[in-house]
Design a protein around this ligand. Structure first.
Ligand code: IPE
Ligand code: IPE
Ligand code: MG
Length: 247
């Protein structure tokens, strides 16, 4: 049966954030090295991006490399960086054809120069696309993001551009890497781990969390639709009572 038919297209999450986890274990299960797992992650990324466009998700944010991932063996980090470069190059015509606007969040200047260059090119060439905003979190850490925001706001206070009394949630939002993205509605993590791993802490304050045991390279659109259907079965109360929501 086509799972998509069970989705209420009027109530799709506006912003879905994904922690693509389990590449290493997937490869290990096949007697291969971890890098083989990363190389097999692209089909899942494509399927989730296409499925998102199809049902009308406007923002999709994919955790591709965390600030903590720099601690992995150099060979793996290098492989991930070159995969990033080759994938972005390869996918650019597809992003254009599918009207996808590519965006990136994280400490982007810590990426290798050639990766920064390709990323810049792809972001720039897709900036007028309108179907969906596909954000890659690269060298991303939520705590680092918040520290940066505090530094930048403090500078403005010192320069008298911002008055302390006027600092609000909106001020903080505007100084995060995600300043141009809405709050996360649904967070999906694959591979059975049930943690947030320093991802979008502020932005996920009221997100619905969804965990699945599927390893990322095996993740397909039907799994994604399962997550969307589960999301639609939850009652998002935002602190109110159930009666207030359903009235
Ligand atoms: C997710 O898969 C990809 C990245 C973190 C870059 P992992 O590489 O974390 O795979 P596991 O968790 O070791 O299986
Ligand atoms: C989180 O996965 C980061 C990405 C998916 C890019 P990890 O596999 O690095 O997370 P932990 O360290 O196991 O929590
Ligand atoms: Mg992992």
């Amino acid at each position: 049966m086509d799972k998509k038919l069970n989705i209420d297209l009027q109530r799709v999450p506006n912003h879905v954030a994904v922690i693509m986890d389990g590449n290493g274990r997937w490869a290990k299960g096949k007697g291969m090295n971890r890098i083989f797992g990363h190389r097999n992650a692209l089909t899942a990324i494509r399927q989730v991006a296409d499925a998102s466009s199809e049902i009308g998700v406007k923002f999709l944010t994919m955790y591709a490399f965390s600030t903590e991932n720099w601690k992995r063996p150099k060979l793996e980090v290098d492989a991930l960086m070159s995969l990033l470069i080759s994938t972005l190059k390869k996918e650019l015509p597809e992003f254009q054809r599918k009207n996808v606007k590519v965006n990136a969040i994280g400490n982007l200047t810590s990426l290798p120069k050639n990766a920064q260059k390709v990323l810049e090119d792809v972001i720039n060439s897709t900036k007028n696309n309108t179907k969906i905003t596909l954000t890659f979190a690269l060298s991303y850490g939520s705590r680092e993001e918040i520290v940066n925001a505090i530094k930048n706001i403090s500078k403005k206070v010192v320069n008298k551009e911002v008055n302390i009394e006027e600092i609000s949630e909106k001020t903080i939002n505007n100084h995060l890497y995600t300043f141009n993205l809405p709050d996360v509605d649904l967070m999906i993590r694959t591979s059975g781990e049930q943690r947030i791993s320093n991802y979008l802490l502020w932005q996920m304050a009221y997100a619905e969390l969804y965990f699945t045991d599927i390893l990322w390279p095996d993740y397909r659109e039907e799994h994604y639709y399962d997550a969307i259907i589960e999301y639609q079965n939850r009652e998002r109360r935002f602190g109110k009572t159930s009666e207030q929501i359903t009235e």
